[in-house]
Design a protein around this ligand. Sequence first.
Ligand code: 9UX
Length: 72
Amino acid sequence: LTSTSVLSIDGMTCGSCVQSIEGTMSQRKGVQHISVSLAERTGTIHYNSAVTNSEELRGAIEDMGFDASILT
Ligand code: 9UX
């Protein structure tokens, strides 16, 4: 049931952005692990595909004020 999605995340300008996204997203239902790279401007998310999906996760990052798009 575990899926992996890589999102492009624009608008992160400091390490606290990374911590904020990782902290908030890791508490969402279905999210098993998330790793955000400031340098690469990406987030890699492992999630339970029975509970959530990449579009919903993308929208949650958008709601935090970042521009996010699904890469894979
Ligand atoms: Mo750093 Mo990110 O001051 O929204 S936390 S830019």
